[in-house]
Ligand binder design. Sequence first.
Ligand code: NAD
Length: 345
Amino acid sequence: MIKVAFYDTKAYDKPSFEELAEKNNIEFRFLETKLNADTVSLAKGCDAVCVFVNDDVNKEVIDRLYYYGVKLIALRSAGYNNVDVRSAFGKVHVVHVPAYSPYSVAEHAIALLLTSVRRIHKAYNRTRDFNFSLNGLTGFNLNGKTVGVIGTGRIGRIFIDICKGFGMRVIAYDKFPAKNSEIEYVSTEKIFEESDIISLHCPLTDETKHIIDEAAIAKMKKGVVIINTSRGALIDAEALLKGIKDRKVGAACLDVYEEEADIFFEDRSGHILNDELLSRLISMPNVIVTSHQAFLTEEALSNIAETTVKNITSCFENDGICDNELCYRCGNIEHCMKERKERCF
Ligand code: NAD
């Protein structure tokens, strides 16, 4: 039996994981708390920990896991910026779920965009109140507009295809442009200068942190719509708020927020929100915030559970190659050079 401490358990996680546990000889210890230095001791006696986007798997936590004999950190997400993969190298294997449903995230980005530019959120509230006035609901066509996409991986490319379906002009930036694609790659400068809409689909790294900051916003078109379904810290939220107050940014669609860790995923209604910046953003008529929900489809949940369980079992099989391992051997996690038929260490 493989024992797994399952941190940050949500009600929607349990059914799909419980269904697969017994068949795969896994015992999940479901914990509501997030993994951090204060809670790591709950993993004592386990072979693996299973974590999500707001667990803080830093060097101290990794060293403690290693000391307890934990062999594997299994992320239930694609993004892994919350795990210090470099510190885990040689100690604890790290696996993630690279593509559980890129469609769910790309489609959510589009849902946010359409909601924002056609004022659906306002119309919904009005008609519920029998207010059938159209004042203030004028939107704009997506057809013919330029969308700038930063990050053209699995999600970015699906987002691009959908945008092309709307008849939009797509320009993109990626540090590692896709080969033999029809994507028009340009610099970030050009993305900022020419886009009516900018959508972020790159991972959060030291390089991409605050890729949208005050300087970037200054270069953008007046009225630009910014969509972030990737990671909160790609945007400097203070700079975004300023851009909105200056009427430079026309709208912001945010599924993620830099300081979301202690706020998102929980019912905070009835509490006073201590995050002034988030409160100000939410109070803006042209900002739509969803609570890191872009991944949340039935298809994605079942893929996450299946892939995570497969990742876990593969790492504990004799001579198994750890499926979907994040390898730091050559220091290039994004473009891992190891032969697929081997473990990272
Ligand atoms: P992916 O790895 O397939 O694509 C990421 C792309 O970003 C790659 O093409 C890569 O070359 C590019 N990239 C790397 N460094 C870059 C840089 N410095 N500048 C520009 N581009 C760079 O990943 P994906 O599956 O498309 O996911 C993208 C991101 O979406 C993830 O990193 C994750 O943070 C986020 N995500 C969010 C949710 C959600 O629910 N909101 C769900 C899944 C993923």
